[in-house]
Design a protein around this ligand. Structure first.
Ligand code: DP6
Length: 346
């Protein structure tokens, strides 16, 4: 029997970072992210169940991409207990990202969450035949599936913001899946802007997977996890009101710099920021001081800078980017994104 599912799923940007994991993709500290709007993956999954010669075909924009096969196969092996039909299925995955390839924006969060949503959709189609009552969408389960594909992907399935990892005092928080956090953030954050300044389009020298591994035995390992937990609690408080933007800003910037400081200070040091990254950070600090506009930065595991600011300052910030910052961007590339409403069935 043939089943088809299509989903759109966004990327996300962590404010408190997941960096270091154990077991099967379990985080060493909790993290909290904003869900993005314009950077997303559209995916269609076609599954023929009960196939005697199971095959996996991976397409990107209609063209075969065998290089993605090992990662997808190991993901399918991890989840075959939950979705037993996977072992006897011929599968075609076709996806397309809105953000340009090589823009340094991690596609694993959007693509792995899109894949988890498609797999769950098909599982519900299959189960509806045998158990018509048990086919409602279950975001905990989808988030958990996404986590097994890529840790940060588990946060992409929720609108506005998501919290992943156990936090004392937050009852429903869990290491196995993310939980929705939209209800706990003030209105100002619900359309917060994220303008991504693409400093370099080059392939990352060190992958996130290796970066996570290098946290094990890092001289600052324990203190990092203590500090991440403290930063998370401070961030949660600051998100409740638009009056604590100064606290929000200091947590975001401290987390971004700490992530890169950890990379630079491990047993095998590495450096992902570029001179343009530092130049932009200094410009942000001067601009904020001079204008009082509450723009701040965060960084992913790469050189590109995410500028975060309230939507009411969009005009002034974009003008300033065009006059002062665009010269630090590769081919003048920047992406205007904002906090978004989560995945969508296509
Ligand atoms: C710096 O989720 O890409 O973006 O679980 O190995 O797939 P894997 O790693 P990944 O790591 C993301 C690291 C980060 C911080 C974050 O998104 O929290």
């Amino acid at each position: 029997m043939t089943h088809i599912a299509s989903w759109r799923s966004p990327s996300n940007i962590a404010l408190v970072k997941y960096w270091g994991k154990h077991g099967l993709q379990l985080p060493n500290n909790p993290s909290l992210s904003f869900t993005l709007s314009e950077c997303y993956t559209d995916m269609t999954l076609r599954v023929i169940t009960g196939s005697s010669t199971p095959q996996l075909t991976i397409l990107y924009d209609g063209n075969e991409r065998p290089a993605f096969e090992p990662k997808i196969k190991s993901f399918f092996n991890r989840i075959s207990d939950t979705l037993p039909w996977l072992t006897e299925a011929s599968i075609v995955i076709d996806s397309l990202n809105t953000f340009p390839h090589g823009a340094g924006i991690a596609s694993s969060a959007s693509s792995m969450s899109a894949l988890a949503l498609c797999l769950d959709d098909i599982d519900r189609q299959i189960n509806a035949i045998t158990n018509p009552l048990n086919h409602t969408q279950n975001l905990d389960r989808i988030s958990e599936l996404a986590r097994l594909g890529s840790g940060s992907a588990c946060r992409s399935v929720f609108p506005v913001a998501a919290l992943w990892g156990e936090v004392s005092g937050v009852k429903s928080s869990h290491d196995r899946y993310a939980i929705p956090w939209a209800e706990h953030v003030a209105n100002i954050f619900k359309d917060y802007q994220d303008t991504i300044l693409v400093v370099s389009k080059a392939e990352k020298a060190v992958s996130s997977t290796i970066g996570h591994e290098l946290m094990s035995g890092h001289v600052n390992e324990e203190s990092r996890y203590v500090q991440a937990r403290q930063n998370l609690l401070t961030l949660i408080e600051s998100l409740k009101s638009e009056k604590a933007l100064d606290v929000f800003i200091s947590v975001c910037e401290s987390e971004a710099l700490q992530l890169h400081a950890l990379m630079m200070s491990g047993k095998r040091p590495f450096l992902l920021i570029e001179p343009g990254t530092i130049a932009i950070i200094k410009e942000v600090w001067t601009f904020r001081q001079d204008t009082g506009i509450p723009v701040c930065f965060t960084l992913d595991a790469g050189p590109n800078v995410h500028l975060l600011y309230p939507a009411s300052f969009k005009g002034s910030v974009l003008d300033w980017i065009k006059t002062n910052l665009i010269r630090h961007c590769a081919d003048g590339l920047f992406i205007t994104d904002e906090v978004g409403s989560g995945p969508q069935k296509l």
